[in-house]
Design a protein around this ligand. Structure first.
Ligand code: SF4
Length: 253
């Protein structure tokens, strides 16, 4: 495994190459912070296309809101989110999240996201069905907190480039990216320029993708979206397409 300084240099290089090639990715595709939270729950163990169907069902039924989830009977909610799989569990957990929000923050996402990042992260992790990836997705994409979201694509890409061992824990990867990209925005101010053309965006701009956020949150937002692009299109589980991948040149270093 590479030494710390080399790891951080490589992480910066990965972002520099991908951002230069594809530009803004416009994550997360949603209209409201609550829609991001619902999507973060529903996307567990299923493809995003199935989540989109469930979100559309909820939207059509007028329940894609804190109030909507609070009021809808559980069995009706289960039917609406059926396409996302594990629908009973997911519907129950959405209800539990709203109960937590009501009890702790008087039903206000604004109050919840006003908490310091580390404290809110602990609270979210204590909820049923929220692991580190879901907690960090909620913090970053719904709350604009500066945390990096580690997913299976990040892990695979980093392992193949000798950045981490297969046994590396979630927190190790998160800390590696967060420290490696700590001052990235200073040397690449265009990453926070809202006028930059979305060269190879995977999503259309949306109210949440263009929401106001600090430079650090913007950097982590783009890094995650770009790594998903690599993982989906090139760094496949078997037979990775290294010859076509934008990161192919880094394998030789
Ligand atoms: S496909 Fe190859 S070059 Fe691209 S990220 Fe994966 S291992 Fe690296």
């Amino acid at each position: 495994m590479k030494k710390r300084a080399a790891q951080q240099q490589l992480i910066r290089e990965i972002l520099r190459i991908l951002y230069g090639r594809w530009g803004r990715q416009h994550w997360w595709p949603a209209e409201t912070p609550f829609e991001v939270i619902v999507g973060a729950y529903l996307t567990q163990n299923t493809a995003w296309t199935n989540v989109e169907k469930a979100l559309q069902q909820m939207r059509s039924a007028g329940v894609l809101s804190v109030e909507g989830i609070r009021k809808i009977p559980l069995t009706r909610l289960e039917k609406l989110v059926r396409s996302a799989g594990y629908f009973r569990q997911k519907a129950t957990r959405l209800k539990q999240f709203v109960a937590f929000l009501d009890e702790r923050y008087q039903g206000s996402l604004q109050k919840m996201f006003a908490q310091p990042t580390a404290e809110l992260r602990e609270e979210l992790l204590a909820l049923n069905g929220i692991g580190p990836e879901t907690a960090d997705s909620i913090l970053l994409y719904a709350g604009q907190h500066p945390v990096f979201v580690v997913d299976s694509y990040t892990r695979r890409i980093f392992e193949r480039h000798g950045l981490v061992k297969p046994s590396a824990k979630y927190e190790e990867l998160r800390e590696l990216v967060e420290t490696g990209l700590a001052d990235f925005a200073l040397s690449h101010p265009d990453i926070i320029d809202p006028e930059l053309l979305p060269l190879g965006s995977c999503h259309q701009p949306s109210p949440m993708s263009t929401a106001s956020r600090c430079a650090q949150a913007q950097v982590f937002n783009e890094m995650h979206g770009l790594l998903v692009g690599v993982g989906k299109n090139y760094c496949l589980k078997s037979n990775p397409k290294c010859n076509e991948c934008p990161l192919g040149s880094l394998l030789k270093k």
